[in-house]
Design a protein around this ligand. Structure first.
Ligand SMILES: Cc1cc2nc3c(=O)[nH]c(=O)nc-3n(C[C@H](O)[C@H](O)[C@H](O)COP(=O)(O)O)c2cc1C
Ligand code: SF4
Length: 563
């Protein structure tokens, strides 16, 4: 399939709808890393064998993650004219019972989770599948895990085959690119500025402003970088997302290349994300074969090549200047800014680096418009956020909510509350650099500024739920050790200071600390925050400071033991 111009894209879309809406049954199985870890590969094989032996007219398709990681392996069955039924977990052993129910035209009640009669797809509008089978199953719009979610970035995740470009095109993929090519580059940047989109990698910097700076820097060579370093412990939503819908990131990068005037893009991804790397490689080669990457894309005169650079997964290598050093083949250490990468970045050329979720927002903003985008979310934090729910939560998974959604809705409605009916003690937002917020702050909103004002961060979207059984001193110790290991060692306050904090926490846990240790911890944190060169060091004391502030009694419990 070669798509040489916009008319060819329209034709490709009408042809591509066929595999997605076939005349016969379509059975999908979630095969992102979360599904594979729970045995999805065996379920997939059993489905294929079972369908062939029972002569069921159906296609079986491996898709990405629909977010329900706690119910993997997830299987969706869509019989034309009927509602889609989501089943989980369907292990290899349950496939036979599932297929038997399908043959009898019945629900497999033991594992039926919900039914989808219609889907409100942000690009395609309402897609109707068919009637729900009576009141016997909860509908998507009433299902607690989904009812408060808003799937913008994750609109295709768990629905399309990520290794088949046609399925992306069938659901409106690359039509935003076609629209972008009809706009002037400066107007695209203006649209991104107006949308209020802020970088999803943690800092929340306005994306349009960064793009404008890169566009205005004069140079015959410019680069784009997509950051999928994701070196934080306990999260993986950007991996799952890339495993589920890689073309949406590629589309964002092509629009960025046209708007900024770049000719080459790098995707920096940690090397143990094997599945994400291979699906991205497949997507890049499919897009190249189709003429959507390479020279003169859609006859626009814009050319873009995407290279995938695998990194070792060190947390510090996610910092933009360290990441650039890695791509250049140097040691992954941050450097002083300015100059910022938009002025002097990769190989000394102007470079626009954005997080993978940031890039995936671009096609949506262009096709739906900045007004639509900024109507979602809160005043200063527009759009949606993909979050990873982990820790002591009943329903861990990958979710997407409008910015401005309360932590309470995220934890108690979507996440089903604390695991095993325990009470909530705290929530760590923003990964290791974020603070642990106490349960009483549950009404705070998912919003860069609100969480920062409360002493935490939104970060890149990691959310770790902690039950009443959590020992906050050990949590502080765990994250301090993480920072100590991940520090690149270039500046003394970070290299030495974090280790000293760790030593003091060890002594407290060993019952050798006094109340004065708590004052020392606070005092020692200040120079680390103030004198470290990059945000790793600057935020390293946050886990200690936030737990000291909100959970001092946990520290005192160790200290009183020796009093
Ligand atoms: C220690 C450290 C680790 C980081 N890791 C990531 C990461 O994994 N992914 C990411 O997008 N940004 C990460 N960042 C932020 C990047 O430096 C940069 O701000 C970001 O990629 C810019 O993209 P955005 O504006 O779209 O957020 C990290 C920053 C620091 C200090
Ligand atoms: S603050 Fe830490 S991680 Fe950052 S440059 Fe200094 S030593 Fe390296």
């Amino acid at each position: 399939m070669k798509i040489t111009d916009i008319q060819a894209l329209v034709e490709a879309k009408s042809k591509a709808r066929e595999p997605l809406f076939p005349g016969s049954m379509r059975i999908t199985i979630g095969t992102a890393s979360c599904g594979i870890a729970k045995g999805a590969a065996k379920t997939l094989q059993a489905l294929k064998t079972g369908i062939a032996s029972r002569k069921i007219a159906a296609q079986v398709v491996a898709v990405g993650c629909n977010g329900l990681c706690h119910k993997e392996p997830i299987v969706e069955v869509h019989i034309p004219g009927k509602a889609k039924i989501v089943y989980g977990p369907i292990t290899e052993k349950e496939v036979s019972a599932l297929l038997q129910s399908i043959v009898k035209d019945e629900l497999y009640r033991d594992r039926a989770l919900l039914g989808i009669d219609a889907e409100n797809h942000i690009l395609e509008g309402i897609i109707r599948y068919g009637e729900l089978p009576g009141n016997s199953i909860t509908s998507y719009k009433d299902y607690d895990f989904y009812r408060l979610q808003h799937k913008v970035i994750l609109r295709n995740a768990g629905v399309i085959d990520p290794e088949n470009i046609q399925e992306y095109i069938a659901r409106g993929g690359y039509s935003s690119l076609a629209k972008a090519f009809r706009m002037k580059p400066a107007d695209i940047i203006q649209e991104i500025i107006k949308s209020g989109l802020r970088g999803r990698g943690g800092g929340g910097f306005p994306v349009g402003i960064k793009w404008k700076s890169c566009r205005e820097t004069k140079s015959s060579k410019k680069y784009l970088i997509c950051n999928v370093s994701e070196g934080e412990p306990g999260i993986g939503m950007h991996r799952s997302f890339l495993e589920s819908d890689p073309h949406s990131v590629i589309e964002g990068l092509i629009i960025g290349a046209y708007a900024i005037g770049a000719q080459e893009a790098y995707v920096y991804i940690r090397d143990n994300y094997r599945l994400a790397v291979s699906r991205l490689q497949k997507a890049v080669s499919e897009a190249t074969e189709a003429g959507l990457l390479g020279k003169n894309i859609l006859g626009s005169g814009t050319s873009l090549a995407i290279k995938i650079k695998e990194g070792g997964g060190r947390f510090v290598c996610g910092e933009e200047t360290a990441l650039i050093a890695c791509i250049e083949g140097k040691i992954g250490e941050p450097r002083q800014r300015p100059p910022f990468p938009t002025i002097s970045g990769l190989f000394g050329q102007p470079t626009c680096i954005n997080n993978v979720e940031t890039w995936a927002n671009i096609p949506v903003i262009i096709i739906k418009g900045s007004e639509w985008f900024s109507s979602i979310g809160s005043a200063n934090t527009t759009g949606t956020k993909v979050l990873s729910l982990a820790g002591d939560i009943a329903c861990p998974g990958m979710i997407e909510v409008p910015m401005g959604t309360s932590l309470k809705d995220v934890v108690f409605t979507i996440g089903g509350g604390v695991a095993h009916g325990k009470a909530l003690k705290g929530i760590q937002t923003g990964g290791p650099s974020g603070g642990v917020l106490p349960a009483r702050m549950i009404d705070l909103k998912i919003d860069y500024d609100e969480l920062k004002a409360a002493g935490s961060l939104l970060g890149s979207g990691g959310m770790i739920i902690m039950s009443e059984d959590t020992d906050m001193v050990k949590i502080a110790r765990y994250f301090t050790e993480f920072f100590a290991k991940e520090s690149c060692g270039k500046c003394t306050p970070c290299r030495e200071g974090i280790c000293r904090i760790g030593d003091m926490l060890d002594e407290i846990i060993a019952g050798q600390g006094t109340e004065q240790y708590l004052t020392y911890l606070e005092k020692m944190s200040r120079p680390i925050t103030e004198a470290s060169a990059c945000a790793l060091g600057k935020t390293a004391p946050v886990p200690v400071l936030s737990t000291l502030k909100h959970f001092r009694e946990d520290y005192m419990a160790y200290i009183k033991k020796i009093a």
